[in-house]
Design a binder for this molecule. Sequence first.
Ligand code: NAK
Length: 123
Amino acid sequence: MKVIHTDQAPAAVGPYSQAIEANGVLYCSGQIAINPAEGKIVATTIEEQAEQCCRNVEAVLKEAGTDMSHVVKTTCFLAEIADFKAFNEVYAKHFISKPARSCVAVKDLPAGALCEVEVTAVL
Ligand SMILES: CC(=[NH2+])C(=O)[O-]
């Protein structure tokens, strides 16, 4: 088991690692739209936040030596299901290989985020 950490993605906001590699699988924690340089969410719209989430995911994958094309499953959380279409438009630009996905709306997300993206990748 190996802990993955990069300063190019936000530091954890709770007791978890950015990702854990185990048996050839990379389990990534959910990414909210924290800008790693600012240490806080600066994006305001769902499109901007989805973009930042995807960039954060990409940074963690890169640190682990992989990329979006190796993602096999994602779980996406939205604070508002009304954002589904706008979220999808940004998401689709990043997850070209269309991994399996579950997308749900939840009551609240950490730090008041509008969305969160969690991925699992095969190394
Ligand atoms: C943001 C996140 N992944 C968490 O567990 O709070």
